[in-house]
Ligand binder design. Structure first.
Ligand code: ZN
Ligand code: ZN
Length: 265
């Protein structure tokens, strides 16, 4: 797939971070992160309804691993990273964790301004270091999460649906690049508004690539990238696949389609 829209340095960094996730999820494997008794009812997404058990030392070590990867790939950020590291006391770590779970971009923009570091850097770091917790939570909540049907966004973390895979059985499976939850949905149906009326969802094919399509909805103007994993030699991690198919987002957005919620990142 085309990747030239993303700079090779950024892609390399993202691939290193993706490898770190695996390490971090392993580090959390013996812990229970979801405090379950808080769930009431069957409303989705589930994560905003539960508390996540947070271990300051682990979260801090994930951030330190991440800073190391950022510094190796972008040495020009060295000083900013030292500045951030110096501010990460227990209270700040707890706050970062909590605000990253709910994607409070205002909090992080404000934090960056107050501490004179690039605006994108604190939210980037806090979000990536929180993802292994979200992934672990989606594993723990598996039995409570719907395995199929229409949920609007990710039933676990609430991220807008934007990517689906055609799995080896030919079924369409939505996948969340943030927490790795998956759920099946009727093939020709909109992942945002759920419409499956005939002619409502258009399948936009790409001339140069038969492995991916864009499903665009006439009703709500939402789109989903649909990738046929049967035609891939190797299926990358969802967050990497999401980046490698970013040209599809540009095509869909140029044609006037968007993601249904404003929570994009
Ligand atoms: Zn999710
Ligand atoms: Zn729709």
């Amino acid at each position: 797939m085309k990747t030239e829209i993303i700079s090779p340095v950024y892609m390399k960094l993202q691939e290193e971070i993706s490898a770190l996730y695996e390490q971090w999820v392993r580090a959390l494997s013996q812990q229970t992160v979801v405090i379950k008794e808080k769930i009431d009812g069957k409303q989705f997404p589930l994560l905003p309804q539960v508390d996540l058990q947070f271990n300051e030392k682990d979260y801090h070590s994930f951030l330190q691993d991440l800073f190391k990867a950022v510094k190796e790939n972008k040495p020009e950020l060295g000083e900013d990273l030292v500045k951030i590291e110096a501010k990460l006391d227990g209270e700040t770590l707890a706050k970062w964790f909590q605000e990253a779970v709910i994607v409070n971009t205002y909090y992080f923009a404000d934090w960056a301004e107050k501490n004179s570091v690039p605006e994108w850097l604190p939210v980037f770091a806090a979000e990536h270091a929180v993802r292994p917790y979200l992934h672990k939570a989606s594993i723990e909540l598996q039995d409570e999460l719907p395995k199929q049907g229409h949920t609007g966004g990710c039933p676990c973390c609430g991220e807008p649906a934007r990517m689906a895979l055609i799995n080896k059985n030919g079924k369409k499976e939505l996948i969340c690049p943030r927490c790795h939850s998956t759920w099946e949905q009727k093939k020709i149906a909109c992942a945002h508004c759920g419409s499956d009326a005939q002619g409502e969802v258009m399948v936009l094919k790409l001339e140069e690539d038969e492995r991916a399509e864009i499903y665009a909805c006439k009703s709500c103007k939402g789109y989903t990238k649909v990738i046929d994993t049967r035609k891939l030699l190797e299926v990358p991690a969802p967050e990497i696949l999401d980046l490698k198919t970013i040209h599809l987002d540009y095509i869909a957005q140029e044609k006037g389609y968007g993601l249904s919620e404003d929570k994009q990142h």
